[in-house]
Design a protein. Structure first.
Length: 150
């Protein structure tokens, strides 16, 4: 398993909170925690950026993917609005997680709650090669949304 060192700064409002960590040996994502004071409520249908109190310097060639936690989605209908959110290697601001409440009840976010996962991934950059003729043929061809049925 490849490892990469990521410089990280904990902001004052994250003091006392653990750093993101993998919860099991096979976990792909590290849990991000809410660095809020007290409690914030996300109403049904509402969304809010939730601070993590962390800044990081991902190495060039890597990104951070902010992904939902399956337990929050399954139990409460709460997920990451722009999933997966992307932290670019040149971003140096505070990492925040935009949570959306698709559930039927208010959702409280408390200090230290595990709100999302952070997956560190290598980036492959595409380079366009414009062609004037046909693209290579495939069995699917131009079949679009729902072309194989529901």
């Amino acid at each position: 398993m490849k490892k990469v060192k990521i410089p990280l700064r904990r902001l004052p409002h994250a003091a006392g909170l653990p750093l993101p960590q993998y919860m099991t040996a096979g976990a792909a994502g590290m849990d991000l925690l809410a660095a809020v004071e007290g409690e914030i409520t996300i109403r049904p249908g509402g969304f809010l950026p939730i601070p993590t109190g962390l800044q990081m310097a991902l190495p060039e060639g890597y990104e951070g993917q902010i992904r939902p936690r399956s337990g929050l989605a399954a139990r409460f209908g709460v997920t990451v609005l722009n999933a997966p959110g992307t932290i670019d290697s040149d971003y140096r601001g505070e990492v925040q997680v935009i949570l959306v409440n698709h559930g039927p009840a208010d959702f409280p976010v408390r200090r230290g709650d595990r709100i999302a996962q952070l997956v560190v991934a290598e980036v492959v950059r595409g380079e366009w090669q414009e062609v004037t003729g046909d693209l290579t043929a495939t069995a699917r061809g131009e079949g679009g949304f729902g072309h194989t049925g529901v």
